[in-house]
Design a binder for this molecule. Structure first.
Ligand code: ADP
Ligand code: MG
Length: 326
């Protein structure tokens, strides 16, 4: 067990496999020295995970390390940026070898996959909390933002929503589902795949974009508020996985499946809008993944949620209150 901070950093964090040519000086000095290529701009985002608030105290460290980077990768995906450098601020109650090893394994699994180099950070003792700052490149001017949706735009989501919410519900209510299904759902909660490639492929075509961390309804509202527009959301068109569909009866009479898919969050998919005339172009840009049109932007402000049968149904926006007022 390393008995000082320097040994700990050397052992768990300085040995990453990614070695980028744009890192002039990485971990080890008082600061990192980094080079932004010409005709590019830097996109920076930061997210903090606190034990007991963003993850359960008993969560396994590998998932925490993975997710600390995943949530930041998802933010950069929503900006259309290529992630390149990370810094990590780690506050830990004690230097526990198993915990640190698991955490760094989870973190570097994802860092290696996306060619992200850890270039610095800070380590101190205290109640468990993790902050990651992530840096990415865009070609000058070619980034996505949330305040640029226009009336008539079609609203899309990537992938499938609700798996993470259902996993959390199953955990909290101790519901009995098939082991295989539980593993799939909890994998989607603990190890989401950030839509980095898709976000980059959407630059130049998406008129606005955001990542879905707080739930589709809440995050779409951010686009609407920032863009000063409204939307109609066809709520039962929200795409769900086969496992979600087969388990959704477990949700219980107090909560509609669509509320879970639309309002829980932790999906880390992208929600974006395009000009309706760009539908064919979109098919070329997102040829490898499922994506679904779930609504349209309107000039009148406010969000209307419609079922296929024409009835209005507003999912409970604080769906996660069902899990005990987190
Ligand atoms: P200083 O006292 O000069 O701030 P630190 O001991 O905080 O030095 O950090 C030493 C080096 O290790 C720095 O390059 C810093 O960026 C890096 N570092 C510290 N903690 C971490 C961490 N958790 N992950 C990655 N790099 C870290
Ligand atoms: Mg320091």
């Amino acid at each position: 067990m390393p008995d000082n901070e320097f040994e700990l950093i050397a052992r768990y964090f300085a040995g990453g496999k990614v070695s980028r040519t744009d890192v002039i000086l990485g971990i080890g000095d008082d600061g990192a020295v980094l080079q932004i290529p010409s005709q590019h701009e830097l996109v920076v985002s930061m997210d903090t995970l606190v034990a007991g608030i963003h993850f359960l105290h008993e969560s396994d460290p590998e998932s925490i390390g993975y997710k600390a980077l995943a949530v930041n990768l998802s933010d950069l995906a929503a900006m259309g940026a290529e992630p390149v450098w990370a810094t990590l601020s780690l506050t830990i109650p004690e230097a526990n070898h198993d915990w640190l090893q698991g955490f760094s394994r989870g973190f570097f699994t994802l860092a290696n996959r996306f060619n992200v180099q850890l270039v610095g950070g800070d380590t101190c003792r205290g109640p468990l909390a993790i902050t990651v700052q992530l840096h990415g490149f865009v070609n000058t001017g070619e980034y996505l933002r949330r305040d640029t949706a226009r009336p008539g735009d079609l609203i899309y989501v990537t992938g499938e929503l609700g798996d993470a919410g259902l996993a959390m519900l199953i955990k909290k209510r101790k519901l009995a589902v098939a082991q295989q299904d539980y593993e799939y759902l909890s994998g989607r909660l603990d190890r989401p795949t950030p839509r980095v490639t898709e976000g980059r492929n959407l630059t130049g075509i998406a008129r606005s974009a955001i990542d879905i961390s707080d739930g589709l309804i809440a995050d779409l509202r951010h686009i609407l508020d920032a863009s000063r527009v409204g939307a109609i959301l066809y709520i039962d068109r929200i795409p769900v996985s086969a496992v979600f569909a087969s388990c959704k009866d477990f949700v219980g009479p107090d909560l509609a499946w669509v509320d879970l898919a639309a309002a829980f969050g932790d999906d880390y998919e992208l929600c974006f809008t395009i000009d309706a005339r760009d539908r064919d172009k979109l098919r070329e840009r997102l040829s490898d993944i499922r994506y679904t049109c779930v609504g349209e932007i309107t000039s009148s402000t406010g969000l209307r949620c419609l079922l296929e049968n024409g009835k209005e149904h507003m999912p409970e926006s604080a769906g996660y209150n069902h899990f005990g007022g987190q």
